[in-house]
Design a binder for this molecule. Sequence first.
Ligand code: MG
Ligand code: MG
Length: 249
Amino acid sequence: MILIKSSSQIDEMRKANIIVRDTLNLLRDNTKPGVSTYDLNKLAHDYIVSQNAVPSFLNYNGFPASICVSVDCEVVHGIPSKKKILQEGQIVSYDCGAILNGWHGDAARTVAVGIISPECQQLIDVTEQSFFVGINSIVSGVTRLGDIGYAIQSYAESFGYGVVRELVGHGIGREMHEDPEVPNFGRAGHGMRLSHGMTIAVEPMITMGTERVDWCADGWTVKTRDRKPSAHYENTIAILDDGIEILSL
Ligand code: MG
Ligand code: MG
């Protein structure tokens, strides 16, 4: 069931998403070689709590941390650890969620650790751009879910990249994961029409090689099957009568 939000409810979601945005900016600014992903998780956790919000990932289906930190071939759901120390040349994806006054925010960014290869920088840039290619043409009452997926997929694949199929975006509101599913692939003109008051998280997961993934033995971490790098970019958006608003930018 799709839950339509009023403008005052979207106002509440904006506040939660601004906390998420600011947490991700804090993580970006503290990304450097030698930092442990455990310390980055603590930084994020403490900031979210200082804003009177709740880190929504912590204990979500048993997830043991407040953010997901996924390095290089890890696509999503990497678990922060004292043993995982960032190294020059890696790329790291941060996925963060917060609840404020019962409303959820959810966003993700991929950033460079020190100096990275041009190939990795292009992967980060194309992943981010694919999000905007996917959402920029949304027209309330006209655009369908398949149009978003088609736009993201066509753009990413034009660079020879893979689009992960097994994980998708989602509706968001009083729950982190609501209907509908929002795939990053699809056929133009297919799927549900988007309309005013829908709030969704659009989150392309783009790989340098195969789009196939492995689910690791820790029960969480998802890696590319060929162990090539992967990037993730996500924002929560609201569909409005006159376009869209990106709530987490
Ligand atoms: Mg997320
Ligand atoms: Mg999400």
